[in-house]
Design a protein around this ligand. Structure first.
Ligand code: ATP
Length: 292
């Protein structure tokens, strides 16, 4: 079964600085790094490395071909990514002050200007058993979710970055809502706990995760694995991508949660987001080592 991912594609530009610049100030950076980011691209890479067949639906500018190479290297089908001549590839300027706060400027660019005809065409093959993954970093969320649901697919939505109105628009069309602890709190405050979805995935960082099956009332808990975390950026995307891949391959919820938790534990021991997603062999080795 296939995962279609309506997802953002960002280039992360990371500058390390002695101090964040004040208004009107020009400063030199101490180092610069560039990486693949965006919650959409991260989840596509995670699900593909988990062994799922993944079609990414999205858009980017006309340059930056390395981004497509990076996605393809991970096993993602990039045929559904439109190239827009008049939009920049989405990007984040990330200023990291040593030992302190970050400041981030996010430019959605092509992520906010997805061509409706290309996305509809990319979704044409979706059907029962397939999954549409989505996050709140692109345009066309509600209409794409409605189309996937009408075709009989399940829709898994990460409500991040959290926006009440964006969630309200997609809520009637989604099957599983994926949130972290803070997003869960905001969701319950706005909509109550009796949500109109079949399942709720809540991740709680080093405190683990839970899946609430709202149809049966059963909750499955998954503790986090104990590891030395060095960079937790993208942990939620790793978990969501792996969980979706587990469901797509027909795993039961407990197995999908366990694999997702192991994958996210490995991911937080590495620097980076999309580039740090582990593959299936690494996750199975990790689990075998923990069992022995
Ligand atoms: P992000 O926004 O950084 O992608 P998130 O807030 O969406 O993260 P979290 O709830 O922080 O997501 O983490 C997702 C999952 O990753 C957790 O449920 C857990 O399985 C794993 N994880 C996160 N932090 C750790 C950690 N320090 N040790 C082990 N596992 C972790």
């Amino acid at each position: 079964m296939t995962i279609y991912n309506l997802g953002s594609i960002n280039i992360d530009h990371v500058y390390r600085l002695a101090a964040l610049p004040q208004a009107g100030e020009t400063i030199h950076s101490q180092s610069y790094g560039q990486g693949l980011g965006g919650k959409g691209a991260n989840q596509s890479v995670a699900a593909a490395r988990a062994g799922a067949q993944v079609h990414h639906l999205g858009a980017m500018g006309t340059g930056d071909d390395w981004v497509l190479d990076r996605l393809r290297d991970a096993g993602v089908d990039t045929g559904g990514i439109a190239r827009l001549a008049d939009e920049a590839t989405g990007h984040a300027i990330i200023l990291v002050e040593q030992g302190a706060e970050n400041s981030i400027v996010l430019h959605p660019g092509a992520n906010g200007a997805l061509p409706a005809d290309r996305i509809a065409a990319g979704l044409r093959g979706i059907g029962p058993g397939d999954i549409l993954l989505m996050q709140n970093e692109t345009s066309l969320q509600a209409e794409t979710a409605a189309r996937a649901k009408a075709a009989g697919a399940r829709v898994i939505y990460s409500a991040a970055p959290f926006e009440i109105e964006a969630l309200r628009a997609v809520l009637p069309h989604i099957s599983i809502l994926a949130v972290n602890e803070g997003e869960a709190r905001q969701t319950f405050a706005a909509f109550g706990e009796d949500l109109p979805v079949e399942g709720l995935l809540i991740t709680r960082g080093a405190d683990g995760a839970e899946y609430r099956d709202l149809l049966s009332g059963k909750t499955t808990l998954q503790p986090a694995f104990k590891v030395e975390a060095v960079d937790t950026t993208g942990a939620g995307d790793c978990f969501a991508g792996w969980f979706a891949a587990g469901l797509a391959r027909g795993e039961d919820v407990a197995t999908a949660l366990r694999h997702a938790s192991a994958a996210a534990a490995l991911q937080v021991t590495r620097k980076g987001a999309g580039d740090a997603m582990p593959d299936r062999a690494e996750v199975l080795d990790f689990l075998n080592a923990r069992n022995s």
